[in-house]
Design a protein around this ligand. Structure first.
Ligand code: ADP
Length: 206
């Protein structure tokens, strides 16, 4: 039973590394960003949240907590799970503590993917996702195959990327001391090739 959190700024590689962690431990990835984008595609996302997302700000805590609460009731989470992109604020972290306590579950570790801000914009503006497979590519460093159906996220435009980084620094970075105080934080250097970062993650979780 593993309950893990991946935290790091937008573009730090959470989605890429989540795939490895989930395979290794046989647990599902729970990404609030992916859940919100799925609701957007299905046309079920409240218009005010859609505008917030596309502008690079954070969706209100109450809405996100409700989303997670529903997700954690699904049976595939019974053997553990990896949270990616949640919590993103201290109130969300406190709500998660409450949800886990109610279920008698404990958090095993919070892995911080550390990448300096100067490297992030370039990663995001060159990021593309294959809408068929969900795989994440970088136009130069991890080029997609010719038959991929590439999608560029609405919030991966340069001005929006800056707003998302600001939101991370203003709201999400406060999670690091929060989990450090609980002795759950493991810092991993996120600079380098995806495989190199994966090896560091593996060591940090061993
Ligand atoms: P990133 O690549 O920036 O880490 P995500 O795919 O995790 O992005 O999230 C995309 C957007 O969805 C965020 O910028 C925010 O608007 C919204 N979002 C996702 N998760 C949360 C959350 N836990 N709290 C508030 N807003 C969220």
């Amino acid at each position: 039973m593993k309950i893990l959190i991946l935290v790091g700024p937008p573009g730090s590689g959470k989605g890429t590394q989540a795939e490895f962690i989930c395979k290794k431990f046989g647990i599902p990835q729970i990404s609030t960003g992916d859940m919100l984008r799925a609701a957007k595609r299905a046309g079920t996302l409240d218009k005010k949240y859609l505008e917030i997302m596309d502008s690079g700000r954070l969706v209100p805590d109450e809405a996100i907590i409700e989303l997670i609460e529903g997700r954690l009731q699904q049976p595939d989470t019974g053997g553990g799970f990896l949270l990616d992109g949640f919590p993103r604020t201290v109130p969300q972290a406190e709500a998660l503590d409450g949800l886990l306590a109610k279920k008698g579950l404990t958090l095993n570790a919070v892995v911080q993917l550390d990448v300096p801000r100067g490297l992030l914009e370039e990663r995001l503006v060159n990021r593309r996702t294959d809408r068929k497979t969900g795989k994440i590519y970088h136009l130069m460093y991890n080029p997609p195959p010719a038959d991929a159906e590439l999608e560029h996220r609405a919030d991966d435009q340069p001005a929006t990327v800056q707003k998302r980084q600001d939101a991370y620094e203003a709201q999400t970075a406060a999670l690091l001391p929060y989990y450090e105080a609980k002795q759950l934080l493991r810092r991993v250097d996120g600079v380098g090739k995806p495989d190199e970062v994966t090896s560091r993650l593996e060591a940090a979780l061993a």
